[in-house]
Structures are given as structure tokens and as C-alpha cells.
Design a protein around this ligand. Structure first.
Ligand code: NAP
Length: 416
């Protein structure tokens, strides 16, 4: 093989890593002065770009390395970078969700310690977490990040009892509460000025996040992060944990989160709980739609009622959403009953065949209820089709003033 055919591979240090990379590249270039040199080619690796020079025709065998082997350096830099992402995280509130997060954090290489109202030594040990019953001991371990994962209802009390003065002054406080404006206000009010605050809401739980977190949403709001590089780095490193798990990172204010969460998450939990109360069960003829209802029940039933109550009580937008849900139910029901009433009216005025006899007995009975009278009342008919319409009171069974309309309808159904 002649010299021109010899291939010299010069894998320079990553180009974006500054002067060192430049130096190595230059010294290597000296060895490549042969006219037979092919133009430099840029090769993209998963981590960085390398300058690759080749002598001889494409496909020539690499027989010499002209520069110090660079992978060592890259491996070192990668290790250093990974090291920078590792944090000492202290979890306050080691319940269902705290443990769920801890497990992943340990797997991701973070050092995790925890404290909780009731002792959890075994669960903690099983996942490689150091557990402290005494909050003083916990704080004296100086976690870089304090992750608040207590119930919404107990946050104020738990925070008040935490000996914050034993922590390092610039500790980063992160909460994971499912409502956001409340913890934001509370943390801003209660924590000393020098403490950093990041509000987050992982929009998934132990059921929906059982497997991969890829594509699951993580809302966050950098409420108060000190300007210096180290504090910014620490906050980024914490967020990188979710990013590396594949989460969709959604930066959004706590206020906007609560507005959206009331008509998404709170509705999901409410409907899940309503269906759960109906004790629905699988049947041999389930449709896909029904199966999704059952999985909605599964996804919500395992969360504590306290959590659900927190979603309602600590989100200012929840009451309005609950009212809208009730109204929507009334409208749908009124429309069904109005259709039934129209059939009866046809029969009264035009003597058409009585197909109410085809209905199951239960439906015939319900057709004679006050709800039917309410649905049949002209005002209900006029407003039910309008968005936000209905009987105006937003309450079911409040149509007593229409009771006099009920008489002919009832007797018509009964006499039919
Ligand atoms: P949770 O019922 O909301 O909270 C349970 C935790 O709060 C336990 O550590 C519990 O301690 C502690 N706690 C309750 N009352 C307390 C009190 N009076 N004093 C001190 N500690 C008290 O259930 P969770 O699912 O674990 O949720 C924790 C947090 O994560 C909540 O803020 C929730 O909004 C948020 N989150 C949950 C999910 C989810 O899917 N579960 C998803 C995203 C965010 P003990 O063990 O001693 O009872």
C-alpha cells in the first residue's frame, strides 16, 4: 500500500469546546500536508462534531493516528458534565408521590434523602434513600434542593415546621403540588429572600407514569432564582432530570396553570370520581369508549380524596368549572326528556300511535316526574339549546313553578 493510500484519521476534540479543540486540530493538520489529502470532512457523532481527515481514496483503511486519542478527553468531559447534573435532593413528604419521584431520581444518579410525618425507613431503604424522622437532622444534611411533596392541605403547616435556618442559605425549594398559585404565594411569603423557588407540576402520577415518562408534561415556573451562575446551573440541573426522562417541558406561570388545570385535571378527577361512585364494572361486551371510562376510574381512584379536595379548595377556578359541569349535565338531560315530551305531545294533539308503551317501565315512570315537566316547560325548551342556557338556576329539580304543566303530560302518559 503506497503512502497516498494510507489513511490517517485525525479525530480532533469537539469543535465547540474552544481553544483546546483548536490546538489539537492545528497540530494534527501539520501531519496532513500531503497533496494527496482529501478535503476535511465533518462528521457528526451523537455528542459532538469531529474533524476527520482522510488520506487516500474513500474507504481506505486507517493505519495511523496522528493525534492523541481524543475519546479519553471526551469521556472525561462527559463524566464531568454528568457530575454537574447530580444533585443532593431532600424530599419533604415521602408519601405515594414523593416515593414515586424518589425512585426515579435515585436511578438517575441523584443522592436522595427524605423526611415525612410518619416513618418510612423500609420504603426508603429499599430504594436507596436515607430517611430522617427528625426534620433538623434532615436539614443539617444540607440538601441542595428541598422538594416539597406533602399534601396540598398540609403544605403550610409542614413548611412552618421545617427548620429552614439549618439549611444552606441559597437552597433551591421546589414544590410539586397539583395546584400552583397557592404554593407560589406561600413560598414567596414564608421563605427567606435568599432562598430560590421553583414551582413545578409533573402532570402525571404513579399510574400514568408507571412506565416511560416520554411525552408526559412537566409544567414549571422559575418563580425566584438568583442570578448567579451556580444558582442558575442548579435549577437547570434539576429540570434536566425531567428532560432526560423524556418529559415535555412546559414553562408557564402558576396562575395560567391553575386556569387550565381546573378545566382539564380537575374535570378529569371529578368525572373519574363520579363514575367510580357508580361502581362501573367491565362486561363481556365493553366498547373501547367504555374501557377508557374504566381506565379513567382506575387512574383517579388511587389518588387520596385529600388530593382531590386540594384540587378543588386551592384552585380559585374550580368552583366555576364544577358549576359548568353541573349545568352541562342538566342541559343534556333536559334535551333527552324534551324529546320524550315531544312524542307525548304528538300523541295528545294528533293521536299518533303510542310508542311510549315500547319503553321500559322505568322510563315511563321517569317521564311523569317533575324533571319532565321542567324539561317540557317553554322556558327550558327555549334556553336549553343555547350555549350556557338551561333553566338558569343551575340546579336540578328546581322547576317547581312549572309543576302545573306537568299534570296533562303525566296524565297523558299514564292514560296512554
Ligand atoms: P397526598 O395525600 O396529597 O400527600 C401525602 C403526603 O402528605 C404524605 O407524605 C403525608 O404524610 C403528607 N401529609 C398529609 N397530611 C399531613 C399533615 N397534616 N402533616 C404532615 N404531613 C402530611 O398524596 P400524594 O399523591 O403523595 O401527593 C403528594 C403531593 O404531590 C401533593 O401535593 C399532590 O398534589 C402532588 N402530586 C401528586 C400527583 C399524584 O399523581 N399523586 C401528581 C402530581 C403532583 P404521611 O405519610 O405521614 O401521611
Amino acid at each position: 500500500m503506497n503512502a497516498a493510500c494510507r489513511a490517517h484519521w485525525v479525530a480532533a476534540a469537539p469543535l465547540r469546546h474552544g481553544p483546546a479543540a483548536g490546538r489539537r486540530h492545528d497540530s494534527s493538520a501539520a501531519a496532513l500536508s500531503s497533496k494527496a489529502c482529501r478535503p476535511a470532512q465533518l462528521r457528526q457523532s451523537s455528542h459532538s462534531r469531529y474533524l476527520v481527515r482522510r488520506l487516500g481514496p474513500p474507504g481506505g483503511r486507517a493505519v495511523a493516528l496522528d493525534a492523541a486519542f481524543p475519546f479519553d478527553r471526551e469521556a472525561k468531559m462527559k463524566k464531568q458534565h454528568t457530575q454537574q447534573l447530580k444533585l443532593r435532593i431532600g424530599i419533604v413528604g415521602f408519601g405515594t408521590f414523593g416515593q414515586f419521584l424518589a425512585q426515579r431520581m435515585v436511578k438517575a444518579g441523584h443522592e436522595v434523602i427524605a423526611t415525612n410525618r410518619s416513618p418510612c425507613f423500609e420504603a426508603a431503604e429499599a430504594m436507596g434513600v436515607r430517611f430522617y424522622t427528625d426534620a433538623n437532622d434532615f436539614c443539617e444534611e444540607h440538601p441542595e434542593v428541598v422538594l416539597l411533596s406533602t399534601s396540598i392541605l398540609s403544605l403550610e403547616k409542614v413548611l412552618g415546621a421545617l427548620p429552614v435556618q439549618r439549611l444552606k442559605r441559597s437552597t433551591l425549594f421546589v414544590d410539586v403540588l397539583s395546584v400552583k398559585e397557592f404554593p407560589k404565594r406561600l413560598l414567596l411569603r414564608e421563605l427567606p429572600q435568599e432562598v430560590d423557588i421553583l414551582c413545578t407540576h409533573p402532570m402525571f402520577g404513579p399510574d400514568s407514569g408507571k412506565g416511560s415518562w416520554a411525552g408526559l408534561n412537566l409544567q414549571f415556573d422559575r418563580v425566584r432564582i438568583g442570578q448567579d451562575e451556580e444558582r442558575q446551573r442548579r435549577c437547570d440541573a434539576f429540570l434536566a432530570f425531567y428532560e432526560r426522562e423524556g418529559c415535555e417541558m412546559v414553562e408557564m406561570s402558576c396562575e395560567q396553570h391553575d386556569q387550565l388545570a381546573a378545566s382539564t385535571q380537575f374535570i378529569t378527577h371529578t368525572v373519574g370520581r363520579m363514575l367510580g361512585a357508580m361502581q362501573l364494572a367491565p362486561t363481556p361486551i365493553d366498547t373501547k369508549g367504555f374501557q377508557s371510562l374504566l381506565s379513567l376510574v382506575d387512574n383517579t381512584a388511587n389518588d387520596s380524596f385529600e388530593l382531590y379536595y386540594g384540587l378543588f379548595m386551592y384552585n380559585q377556578n374550580s368552583t366555576e368549572v364544577l358549576d359548568r359541569l353541573e349545568k352541562a349535565f342538566d342541559e343534556v338531560k333536559a334535551r333527552l326528556l324534551r324529546q320524550l315530551h315531544d312524542k307525548v305531545r304528538q300523541q295528545i294533539f294528533y293521536g299518533q300511535s303510542d310508542d311510549t308503551q315500547m319503553l321500559p317501565a322505568a322510563n315511563r315512570i321517569s317521564a311523569s316526574t317533575e324533571d319532565t315537566a321542567q324539561a317540557a316547560a317553554p322556558s327550558a325548551v327555549a334556553t336549553a339549546d343555547k350555549p350556557g342556557g338551561g333553566n338558569g338556576s343551575g340546579k336540578r329539580g328546581s322547576g317547581t313553578k312549572h309543576a302545573k304543566h306537568a299534570a296533562p303530560v303525566t296524565s297523558a302518559v299514564e292514560s296512554a
